[in-house]
Design a protein around this ligand. Structure first.
Ligand code: GLY
Ligand code: MN
Length: 453
């Protein structure tokens, strides 16, 4: 945990930003896997972690916005619990480490809440949370509090040095996971074996992953969690994986490399194009610049490169304006990163990534951009351009004669089995521009071929 003063300050700032009533932060409980006493791995709620750092199930926190006082609702384990789970830190010790002075038993939470004329809470993202809230409020719950959501987003968006250290600690593990994957990937090895190496490295270092590993020869399937293939010569392997820090801050890195250890010419050309997209995006990352501009700039580089290879045609600005590039780059350039890998997405993607001037587009591709607004010093985000050849999408657009003026469909035959390439790094916005977080992970063609040799 951070020291108690940090959590106390965060709660004070939050309480100052809310006019009246109680702020209710619900901690997570265990979730059964297949019967009540067989639990999934416990993950505390990220907002709960941000405001008190307590990483145990069945805790709840109330911050009185008028007095600024916090109360922890929790129970010590009874002997029967201890027989099965062992001892855990006492509630009074937990409260002390989080700088909380008031403790009440969990059974008093409902009446405490119902005695208040205003209760602010955040959106729920799990059904068990909805049910708990319904029970606590006797079915009288209304919508989550917009003022609370906005205040939390404004606080969590700006990362402090302590938080950056956590993210960099996650990246230390992630860098090793990625280097291991490059070293162990060989012709004839299964994707599953590499996933085992990646996840095993995190686990043996006492870490968990921030999201399920994406490791695949089908990089064109954006969130592919199927690891059944045996890797063959000529294929590319895409590894999108990231560990959490001890305090559950995320990291999110993608590298793509040849199964054989050597890129062929076509792979090298597309790889270097994605590298240029990422470089162009980095150059756009500074306070005041919108991330949507960075996305569009990377998209334009993609069109120019694909045009040079005979895959696209026409004016690059017009192609990007029309959305034709999304056949090859169908997702957003990146997203905020913090206690969640898509940071604060549970509070509302548009509220985190957009504002009054930057509305979400409904154009295919651009619509998936999770962060569009102006960058601010202290934001941590991913920069993750990619180029993909997605047979189903190509077939559909070709059949519809979609963007015939920008796409040479006849040129795409040789890309049917290409897959996809994505390069992803994590950056913090600084006063002057940006800084790539974490240790260097092989990123150029030469660096990748070197580590795989
Ligand atoms: N790492 C997966 C994603 O950013 O969606
Ligand atoms: Mn990502």
């Amino acid at each position: 945990m951070f020291n108690a003063q940090i959590y106390d300050n965060r709660r004070k700032i939050l309480a100052d930003g809310i006019d009246d009533g109680l702020i209710f932060l619900m901690g997570n409980s265990h979730v059964p896997m297949n019967y009540p006493s067989n639990w999934l791995h416990f993950r505390q709620d990220s907002n709960f972690l941000y405001y008190c750092g307590l990483d145990h199930p069945d805790l709840n926190l109330i911050i009185d916005s008028n007095s600024g006082e916090s109360t922890l609702f929790a129970d010590d384990l009874n002997v029967q619990d201890i027989v099965w789970e062992g001892e855990r830190t006492s509630v009074s010790k937990m409260a002390k480490t989080a700088g909380i002075h008031n403790i009440l038993p969990s059974k008093e939470l409902s009446s405490y809440l119902l005695n208040s004329n205003a209760i602010h809470y955040l959106p729920m993202y799990r059904q068990d949370q909805e049910m708990t809230l319904q029970t606590l409020l006797n079915g009288s719950q209304s919508d989550a509090s917009k003022s609370l959501i906005m205040k939390v987003i404004s606080q969590r968006s700006i990362k402090t040095e302590d938080e950056l250290n956590e993210i960099e600690s996650a990246l230390e593990i992630t860098a090793e996971m990625h280097k291991l994957a490059m070293r162990y990937t060989r012709v004839g090895i299964s994707e599953q074996k590499i996933v085992g190496k990646i996840e095993g490295y995190a686990l043996e270092n006492g870490r968990r992953l921030a999201y399920p590993v994406i490791f695949t020869i089908h990089g064109e399937i954006l969130h592919n969690n199927n690891y059944k293939n045996i890797m063959k010569s000529g294929q590319l392997a895409l590894n999108d994986s990231g560990a959490e820090s001890p305090l559950h801050y995320a990291s999110d890195i993608t590298r793509t490399f040849p199964v054989s250890g050597k890129f062929n010419d076509l792979q090298k050309d597309i790889y270097n194009l994605v590298w240029s997209m990422q470089d162009a995006a980095f150059n756009h990352c500074k306070p005041g610049n919108s991330y949507k501009e960075a996305h569009l700039e990377a998209s334009k580089i993609a069109v120019e490169g694909l045009k040079g290879m005979g895959i696209m045609k026409g004016n690059p600005d017009d192609a990007v304006g029309a959305g034709a590039h999304a056949l090859f780059f169908p997702h957003g350039l990146g997203h905020m990163l913090g206690l969640d890998v898509h940071d604060m997405e549970g509070l509302g993607e548009d509220l985190v990534g957009y504002n009054e001037i930057n509305n979400r587009s409904d154009q295919f591709g651009l619509a998936y951009l999770r962060l569009a607004k102006e960058l601010v010093e202290g934001f941590v985000l991913t920069v993750e351009p990619g180029i993909y050849f997605i047979p189903h999408l190509i077939d559909q657009w070709n059949a519809e004669n979609k963007y015939n003026e920008f796409i040479n469909y006849d040129s795409l035959g040789r890309f049917i089995d290409f897959g996809g390439i994505r390069i992803e790094d994590n950056i913090v916005i600084t006063e002057q521009g940006y800084r790539i977080l974490g240790p260097h992970i092989p990123r150029t063609v030469e660096e990748i071929e070197e580590i795989m040799s």
